[in-house]
Structures are given as structure tokens and as C-alpha cells.
Design a protein around this ligand. Structure first.
Ligand code: DPP
Ligand code: ZN
Length: 861
């Protein structure tokens, strides 16, 4: 498959101001007639043909201005000669939605029809210039059997509808806003809606609907409320008002991604719509709210201003992730949300940026764009824009985004356009900052300090590691919020923002007393790794006393990372080992006892760094990560905490168990309740199995039930099998909860997890045809370090088998499993050889999709 380069971008030769689509809908046979009004693009080179992209389509008829055209095929694309400056092209195609297992284009899901067009799915529906810089006004007519498809939905507004005598009906929709083809959507099926109007800041009433199958209707209130909150927040915080009279969200159970922001007709994975306390955890509620907000915010950052080409994906995704993060911070508290977001960045993006698939947030090349919907483009993209916001301040940043929306409304823009608008609107010089868009790799900042009179000289040095195709890097501006505290005086210094723009620079900061302790990258202002060797006592001090809650949790993480990596690599003496453990236990004891903390924050402080993050920390220089040693060290520390603090954790569990479900403190209580079980289980499995079973039996909500079952799944005890069976029996008709049942077992700490996952693959509820189900078992397993990295290589083989089996069915989802194997270079040699061997086996199988081929070949380069 060819490599597509960013520098090769050329404007398309033709404009397509209007599109008319006519669908004759059927589950196994849908006829599509497309009429495109095309005009020569004065800004592009003259062309005497038009290339209409297709993917697996055959043209049934092609006419130009009503006459049969002299068309030809070039691969999958349709080439039509055009002589004049304006024409009307009409093309007919026929597709089989039921045979569409890739879930791109028009497909059948549970008896309904729906679409997914981003990035290049529209070309599987009809021939079209399927690129985001071709913007058209769409008018769509749908026709089909009313009994099968009582509800017919499309983008924009319904302008007409009617019934025919033969049991069919039709509807016509018009979307007044010009849009690229990737934002097209159509839904036809037997659906019901939860509806509630929203009145915008200018007083317009918007009809908001959450469409689901009848049996799911009772679990849609949270989604609808989240939509209203998002609409309100975007008016208040970014000055963005919704621009149609209708906002439809449809939930479908077969979906490759989380959700899709199609104009006026979002299509969602059911996972991010349905929620009630009996079936969804507190974290699920948060995810629904976050994804509803994300897709809603795309209406401006993505739809009104779209992307010129797919290299600019972070223009809409990075910015929209930042917007949804800020929204969730406002809804649920800044510190906890920030800690969660940083944890995700470190667990998913840092490893990506350090591996063979590393790419800048604005990539330079791709073979298959689906492979670039990554943590780098999304989450690091959000961090990069967050840095601009930190440097500008909230108000000036808002002036920059206002200018951006104003300047580029109705256009297909670039990342460069965004940066320039922030520069002009916020009054920042971002010349050097643009490197964040072009350089991959997580910068490392090393810190050293020296007292000079009554100030502190803080010397910061940055290096940006080499990444594939980018051997040499330049220093980038790194904004860091810092404060200099004094341990001896128990005094907290004032915070300030410093920007490290050079390879090395010394900053002079005021002291707040003797024995200074630097609190740095507070709030995680920059997505970098801080390298420093801070005394254990200093970290304990920061963990207990820093006034930035994020910095408190960071200090604890730093303490744990140093101890665990030291333990795993065998570099600690017995004394250091014991002292490190004691310090961590002491810090845990303080956070358990600290009455000023709320449980939501306490729950964060009780989380140890993830094993994937520890791999990254261990794999520095020549040293490789040893998954077995990391796992043993981390489990050992959990057991030590659990036994040293057994009384405190037991008391915490009892206190939290007394808080009722809808108490405002209930969420935090549920979080620490299960955390307490996690540590107690590591120390005393027998007793904890009983406590977890009690929590399970007493639970009146999914958070407690799932938490208890998660702990039980890791234990070898009769309570485990009984509660797993009860859980399945209770929820066997609820696909999203059955997904949880698979995930809990695939993620478990049980020593037989590999055999258990093999057995689950044979369970009657398992299928390779549903992405949620595949992910619930195998993505969870690939994220279970103990099972996946089993020294036998069985885990690697299982994931490679999944990739091979899934690739012909759903290449986009299959390719998502490759990165876990692709990390072999940072793993110790014996496992690395096994991982690489599996990648080679996949490569040798031949006939791979473009998606999987690209990921596997890059992972082996
Ligand atoms: N654009 C979708 C989202 O991130 C994914 N295709 O919202
Ligand atoms: Zn998005």
C-alpha cells in the first residue's frame, strides 16, 4: 500500500457545492443514487477528469449532465472526464449493509442501518471526492419498509416525509451547513427517543433526542442531561452556540470507536450512552458525560471548522479533547480529573511516543489514516494546546480561540491556522513552540538546584529523544509551574510559571525558608518526564503538604516509581528497600488519616503507578523493562501496604460502606472502598475474599458490585466462581454488562488467567463480530501485564492469533492490537524475542489489510 505524505497536499480540482443522495434502503441490498453538482476549483490546477473515490463499489450507471459518461476505473476509484467548468454527475451504486463486517460506510447493526464515515467510509457508500476539504450541502432522501425502519434520520433537518401504499415510507433531510463527506450520517431502524429541548443563549429552542432500542430507554437520562450541560458550558466557556434546531444522538451496539460527531446526528457506541446505577459504574457515568461532551464540542471544533486533510486530525481532536477535559474538570473537580488524564497519558501515550509507532501530533505520513486515531493525536494533542493556554492565561487563550473560530468558520483549516490564530488572538509568540507539532517523543527534563544567598538556582536541561525518522531534535518551549517550598520551615512558596526554551537554563527563584524542596510541573503543565533524584523525605513532605493536589499525588507516584523500579532492577540494598517501603507505607498512612482530604482525592492518592508506566520508567538507556520483575515488585508493595495498614484499611472500608448510594460523598466512598479491598486482598486473600463477597452481596450499585468482583477475580476461592456465575445470570441480557464480565476475568490477577481467557473465547456469548465484545476480552487481556507478558509467550501468541483472525473481518479493530506487541524493543531480551517472533508470524501470513500491514511493518522496522 502506498505511503501518503503531508507535503503532497494539493487542493482538489473540483468544488462540489451540492450533493443529493437517494437511498432505497434494505438490510442486505441498498441502492444509492448520488447527484453531485461540480464546479472547477479556481484555486487548483486545471483538470479534465474528476477522481471519485470508491472502496469495493461498482458503478451501476454514471451520467454527466444526463448523458452516459465515458468513465473508467483506476483501482477502486472512478475517473470521469469533464470538459466544462460545471457539471452534474449522477452515479448509482448498490451495497449490502449486512455483509459489511468492517463497520465502515453503511452497515447493519441489530436490525437497524447506520453509518460510520470518518475517516474514509463514505467511499464505501458512493463514489465521491472523499477528502475533508471538499465541503457540500447535502439533501438526502431515504425510502424503505416502514415496519423494518420506522425511524429515518439524517444530518440537519427533516424537510418532508410521507407514506406509500406498499408499506414503505420516505423522508427527506437537508443539512444547511456545508460539510465534508466524513460527517455524513444516516440511521434507519426501530428506535425510540428520550427528548428534552435546550434553549440556547440567543433563545432558540433545540430539540435534543437520544435514540435507542425500546428496552434501553430507561438508561438514557444521564446522556441527555450531559448533552444539555455540554451545550450550556460551551456557550459560557467558549462562546459557542449550537446552530441547528435539532440534535440527534443514536446508540448502536456494533461500533469501532467510541462515538462520531456527524453533523446534527451523532452515532454513539451504546457504551457511551447507556447508564444507570444498577448497570454502570461511576467511571462509566463519567465516560458517558465526557464522550457526549466531546462529540458535542466537535460541532464547532471539527464541524464548523474542519480539517484540510487528515494530517491535521489533531486540529479537531487535540482541541476537542482539551475542551472535554476542561468541561469534566468543571463538572467534577479539577484535581481528580487532571490526575486521571495524566494517568491515561502516561499509560497510553508515553509508551507510544517511545516506541516504533511514535509520530508527531501532526504526522508527516501514513498508509492508513485509521491507524492515526492515537493517544498522541488525541491526548498529547490536547496537552500541546493546554500548554498554549497555560502560557497565555485563560482570558487571552479565549481571545485566541474566538479569533480561530471567527477566522476559519466554514473552512477546512490546518494546525498552522490554529497556531497563528492563537498567536494573533492571545498575543503569544509561538514560532519555536510549533516544534511541538512536528517533533515526536516525550521530552525529558532534568532538574538540579543550588542555594545562592536567599534564592534558589534551579537548572533545567531538556532532551527530546530520537524517534523513528527523527534522529535529531531541537529544544522546545516547556512551560512549567514551579514553587519552592521549605521542609525545615514547613513553608510553602508561591507558584510561578517558567518556560524552558533552551537545551539548558538556570532560573533564579525566591526561597521560602531553609532546606528548599522544589515542586515542579505542578498541574502537569507540560507533557514531559521530570528526571531528578529527590530525597525520600522531600517526596514524603510534598505528598503530605504540597498545596497543589496534583503535585501531592505526583510526589507519591515519584516515591513509588523510584522504589518499584529500584526493586525490579535489583539496584536497592536491603536497607534502601526497607526504608523505601516504610516511606510509602507512611505516606499512605498519612493520606488515610488526613481529614482534610475528600475520598475522591484519597482514592487517587491510593493508586500505585501502572505497570506500563513502570516499564517506561525502567527502560532507560541500555536497561530494558522486565515485566515479571515489575509485576512482582508491585504486588509485593501492595501486600506490604495491605498488611501494615490492615486496621486502617479495614476501618476505611467499614466507614465507606456506611455511606448511602445517593449521598454526595458516595462516589468518593465507593472509590476508596474498593481500593481498600485491593490492598487487603494482596495481604490476606482468605479474609478479603469474604469481605469482597460481602461487598458484592450488599451492593445496590454497579460500582460496588464490579469493584468487589474485580478483587474476587484475582483470588483463588469459592466466592470467586459463585459471584461470577451470579453476575452473569443477573445480567445475561445486557450486552454492556456481559462485556464487563469478560473484562473482569481477562484483567484479573488470577494465576490461571491465560487458560481462563482461552475458555472464555469459547463461551457462547463470545463473538469476533462485535467490537465491544472483542475488546472486552482481548483488549483487556492485552492490558493485563501478568497474563500478556507471561514468560511462556502464550499471551503474545494469543493476541497475534486474534489479530490474524480479526483482520479479514474488521481490520481497523484488528490493527489496534498491534501496538501491544510492537513494544518489544523496550522489553527484556527473552520476551522481546517472543514478541518480535509473533509480529513476524503475522507478517508472514500475507494478505494483511492496509491497517494491520502498516502497524506490523512499522513495529518491525
Ligand atoms: N471523530 C471521532 C471522535 O473522536 C472519532 N472518529 O470523536
Ligand atoms: Zn473526537
Amino acid at each position: 500500500p502506498p505511503v501518503i505524505l503531508r507535503e503532497d497536499y494539493r487542493p482538489f480540482g473540483w468544488l462540489v457545492p451540492e450533493v443529493r443522495l437517494d437511498f432505497d434502503l434494505g438490510l442486505t441490498r441498498t441502492r444509492v443514487r448520488a447527484e453531485l453538482t461540480v464546479q472547477r476549483n479556481a484555486r487548483a490546477d486545471h483538470a479534465d477528469t474528476i477522481r471519485l473515490n470508491g472502496d469495493g463499489l461498482k458503478p451501476l450507471s454514471v451520467t454527466v449532465d444526463g448523458a452516459a459518461a465515458d468513465w473508467r476505473m483506476d483501482g477502486d476509484d472512478l475517473i470521469v472526464p469533464l470538459r466544462e467548468d460545471a457539471h452534474l454527475i449522477a452515479v448509482e451504486t448498490e451495497i449490502d449493509p449486512t455483509a459489511n463486517t468492517q463497520l465502515m460506510g453503511l452497515y447493519a447493526s441489530g436490525g437497524m442501518l447506520c453509518t460510520q464515515c470518518e475517516a474514509e467510509g463514505f467511499r464505501r457508500i458512493t463514489f465521491f471526492p472523499d477528502r475533508p476539504d471538499v465541503l457540500s450541502v447535502y439533501t438526502v432522501r431515504m425510502h424503505g419498509p416502514k415496519a423494518v425502519f420506522p425511524i429515518l434520520l439524517c444530518n440537519g433537518n427533516r424537510v418532508a416525509e410521507g407514506d406509500n401504499d406498499d408499506g414503505t415510507h420516505w423522508a427527506e433531510w437537508n443539512d444547511p451547513w456545508p460539510k465534508p463527506s466524513y460527517l455524513f450520517a444516516l440511521v434507519a431502524g426501530d428506535l425510540v427517543a428520550n427528548s428534552k429541548p435546550f434553549v440556547t443563549c440567543s433563545g432558540r429552542e433545540v430539540e435534543c433526542n437520544i435514540w435507542v432500542r425500546k428496552e434501553d430507554l430507561a438508561r438514557t437520562d444521564h446522556a441527555l442531561e450531559s448533552l444539555h450541560r455540554s451545550m450550556q458550558w460551551d456557550e459560557e466557556v467558549f462562546g459557542r452556540e449550537y446552530d441547528l434546531d435539532l440534535y440527534n444522538i443514536v446508540a448502536v451496539s456494533d461500533f469501532n470507536m467510541g462515538a462520531m460527531e456527524n453533523k446534527g446526528l451523532n452515532v454513539f457506541n451504546t457504551k457511551y450512552v447507556l447508564a444507570d446505577p444498577d448497570t454502570a459504574t461511576d467511571a462509566d457515568f463519567d465516560a458517558v458525560e465526557g464522550v457526549i461532551a466531546h462529540e458535542y464540542f466537535h460541532n464547532w471544533s471539527g464541524n464548523r471548522v474542519t480539517c484540510r486533510d487528515w494530517f491535521q486530525l489533531s486540529l479537531k481532536e487535540g482541541f476537542t479533547v482539551l475542551r472535554d477535559q476542561l468541561f469534566s474538570q468543571d463538572m467534577r473537580g479539577e484535581a481528580v480529573k487532571r490526575i486521571e488524564d495524566v494517568r491515561i497519558l502516561r499509560a497510553a501515550q508515553f509508551p507510544e511516543d517511545a516506541g516504533p509507532l511514535a509520530h508527531p501530533i501532526r504526522p508527516d505520513s501514513y498508509r492508513e489514516i485509521s491507524n492515526f486515531y492515537t493517544a498522541t493525536v488525541y491526548n498529547k494533542g490536547a496537552e500541546v494546546i493546554r500548554m498554549m493556554r497555560s502560557m497565555a492565561g485563560v482570558e487571552r487563550f479565549r481571545a485566541g480561540t474566538d479569533l480561530y473560530f471567527d477566522r476559519h468558520d466554514g473552512e477546512a483549516a490546518t494546525c498552522e491556522d490554529f497556531v497563528r490564530a492563537i498567536e494573533d488572538g492571545a498575543g503569544l509568540d509561538l514560532a519555536q513552540f510549533r516544534l511541538w507539532y512536528s517533533q515526536a517523543g516525550t521530552p525529558r527534563v532534568s532538574v538540579s538546584q543550588k542555594v545562592e544567598g536567599d534564592s534558589l538556582e534551579l537548572t533545567l536541561r531538556q532532551t527530546v529523544p530520537a524517534t523513528p525518522g527523527q534522529p535529531d531534535k531541537q529544544p522546545m518551549p516547556i512551560p512549567l509551574r514551579v514553587a519552592v517550598h521549605s521542609r525545615a520551615a514547613a513553608a510553602l512558596g508561591a507558584e510561578q510559571l517558567v518556560v524552558l526554551a533552551e537545551a539548558e537554563r538556570t532560573f533564579t527563584l525566591p526561597l521560602s525558608g531553609p532546606d528548599p524542596v522544589v515542586s515542579i510541573n505542578r498541574g502537569f503543565t507540560a507533557p514531559v518526564v521530570i528526571e531528578r533524584a529527590l530525597d525520600r523525605e522531600d517526596l514524603v513532605f510534598l505528598a503530605a503538604h504540597d498545596d497543589d493536589p496534583f503535585a501531592r499525588s505526583e510526589a507519591l507516584q515519584e516515591l513509588a516509581v523510584g522504589h518499584l523500579v529500584g526493586t525490579a532492577s535489583g539496584t536497592l540494598s536491603a536497607d534502601q528497600q526497607a526504608a523505601g517501603e516504610a516511606a510509602i507505607i507512611g505516606a499512605f498512612r498519612s493520606s488515610l488519616a488526613d481529614a482534610a482530604l475528600d475520598d475522591a482525592m484519597r482514592g487517587e492518592l491510593m493508586m500505585l503507578p501502572s505497570e506500563t508506566y513502570l516499564f517506561e520508567a525502567m527502560a532507560t538507556g541500555e536497561r530494558k523493562a522486565d515485566p515479571g520483575a515489575i509485576h512482582a515488585a508491585r504486588e509485593g508493595l501492595k501486600a506490604a501496604i495491605g498488611s501494615a495498614l490492615a486496621d486502617e484499611l479495614g476501618a476505611l472500608h467499614a466507614r465507606a460502606s456506611a455511606v448511602p448510594l445517593d449521598d454526595p460523598a458516595g462516589r468518593g466512598a465507593r472509590k476508596v472502598k474498593t481500593q481498600a479491598l485491593v490492598y487487603l486482598a494482596a495481604a490476606d486473600p482468605g479474609r478479603t475474599a469474604k469481605l469482597a463477597a460481602q461487598q458484592y452481596d450488599a451492593a445496590d450499585n454497579m460500582t460496588d458490585r464490579q469493584g468487589a468482583l474485580m478483587v474476587l477475580c484475582g483470588l483463588d476461592c469459592p466466592e470467586r466462581d459463585e459471584r461470577l456465575a451470579a453476575f452473569h445470570a443477573r445480567y445475561k441480557d445486557n450486552a454492556l454488562v456481559v462485556d464487563k464480565w469478560f473484562t473482569l476475568q481477562a484483567l484479573s490477577l488470577h494465576p490461571d488467567v491465560i487458560a481462563q481467557v482461552r475458555a472464555l473465547a469459547e463461551h457462547p456469548d463470545f463473538t469476533m463480530r462485535n467490537p465491544n465484545r472483542v475488546r472486552s476480552l482481548y483488549m483487556a487481556f492485552a492490558g493485563n501485564p501478568q497474563g500478556f507478558h507471561d514468560a511462556s509467550g502464550e499471551g503474545y501468541r494469543m493476541i497475534a492469533d486474534v489479530i490474524l483472525a480479526l483482520d479479514p473481518i474488521n481490520p481497523q479493530t484488528a490493527a489496534r492490537f498491534v501496538p501491544s506487541l510492537g513494544r518489544w524493543r523496550r522489553i527484556e531480551p527473552a520476551r522481546a524475542a517472543l514478541m518480535k517472533g509473533e509480529l513476524e508470524r503475522i507478517m508472514a501470513a500475507g494478505k494483511l489489510s492496509r491497517d494491520t500491514f502498516e502497524q506490523v511493518s512499522r513495529s518491525l522496522e
